[in-house]
Design a protein around this ligand. Structure first.
Ligand code: UT7
Length: 332
């Protein structure tokens, strides 16, 4: 029997028009362009400003972009997964609304939350359904409206995050292309270092939690940085070693865009040269669940059928991992 692998067969993306530059941030908090650029690599981010529009808006736009590019009939989609930390509402999954709005009337849908590793974990989930033969078309979306949970008086987080969304379609492949291997980990120690304290079951919303600004993301940046640098590099090295991949075999490093220094450290450990390291952090900042599909969308035209992509991510929780995937199509 021919082995079924799970391939990415289409990509779509959306970022809002409003640009939040380092120069604008200088007027909001005590920071400066030089500090932000040298410590993170970020120059600007996109912000969804229109009132009443949540993460689903970004997700729908990215899915529509994919559908329009590929002429996919949304009725053929079996499952829609939205990875996000900024869902429209605490109850009523964002993915369900997205599926309905895009016309995926024969699909079921649910959300997945694993912070900045959400999309990577979603790849694992989508691939497992495809490999088992259970479903044939899975739309995986990474979407976050980070501006809705960022405190623009806190310079340690305000400078990092941005809004955006990206979507990919997973389908069965019989040529051996698509997801080859994965190495995933998590560690609950992380919830002390990167969190939104209130609004969940442990500390429900109250006047006090609002006054104390406990509904915004809080991060102990230095601690998260240390874990991120070590773990993202470790898993990428492991996935290369156990698949006998040398740095020459790797065509592209698709790494979560949290900090240019973390991405550079991962690339160094892998021995991968600069031109293979996909980078768009300078224009979007850290879009949490959306960084990986936004990279795929921005660089899609460079990928060739059979190319070796190494994905790597690290995020709150902590959650992290690496995926080895063979690209399944030429896009031009
Ligand atoms: O995506 C999910 C996972 N998240 C991450 O991977 C993020 C990991 N962390 C980071 O990327 C970095 O830790 C940050 C970018 C958040 C911070 O960079 P850092 O090099 O770790 O800076 P730091 O927190 O050690 O701060 C260094 C100095 C401090 O001043 P003193 O104590 O040396 O006088 C900070 O108060 O920089 C100061 N500082 C700032 N200065 C200007 C902190 N934030 C700012 C700022 N502008 N925005």
């Amino acid at each position: 029997m021919t082995k079924i692998t799970a391939a990415i067969t289409a990509v779509g993306a959306h970022v809002p028009d409003d640009v939040l530059t380092n120069q604008i941030l200088e007027t909001l908090v005590d920071t400066n362009d030089e500090w932000i650029t040298s410590r993170t690599g970020i120059k600007e981010r996109r912000i969804l400003k229109e009132e009443g529009k949540g993460t689903s808006y970004l997700a729908i736009k990215s899915a529509e972009n994919l559908i329009q590019k590929t002429k996919l009939d949304p009725k053929e989609i079996d499952l829609v997964i939205v990875a996000s930390v900024s869902n429209d509402m605490p109850v009523a999954a964002t993915a369900v609304y997205v599926a309905t709005e895009i016309g995926a009337t024969n699909a079921f849908a649910y959300d997945l939350q694993a912070a900045c590793s959400g999309f990577l974990y979603g790849m694992s989930t989508a691939a497992a359904y495809i490999e088992s033969g259970r479903y044939k078309k899975i739309l995986l979306i990474g979407a976050d409206k980070m501006s809705s949970i960022i405190d623009y008086t806190d310079r340690t987080t305000a400078i990092i995050f941005g809004d955006g969304a990206g979507a990919v379609l997973f389908e069965p492949n019989t040529e051996g292309l698509g997801l080859q291997d994965e190495f995933m980990r998590s560690d609950g120690v992380g919830r002390h270092f990167l969190k939104i304290e209130a609004g969940g079951s442990m500390l429900p919303a109250s006047i006090e939690t609002v006054t104390n600004r406990q509904h915004f993301v809080k991060q102990e940046g230095k601690q998260v940085f240390k874990y991120a640098v070590t773990n993202m590099a470790d898993v990428s090295e492991i996935i290369m070693k156990r698949n006998n991949l040398s740095h020459d075999d790797v065509d592209w490093l698709v790494a979560h865009q949290a900090n240019k220094r973390i991405i550079d450290a991962t690339a160094n450990r892998m021995g991968v040269s600069e031109e293979k390291v996909l980078m768009n952090i300078q224009k979007y900042g850290n879009t949490t669940s959306a960084t990986l599909p936004l990279l795929l969308s921005d660089f899609e035209k460079k990928f060739k059928k059979g190319d070796t992509l190494i994905f790597a991510a690290f995020g709150g929780g902590f959650t992290w991992g690496s995926i080895y995937l063979k690209w399944a199509y030429n896009s031009n």
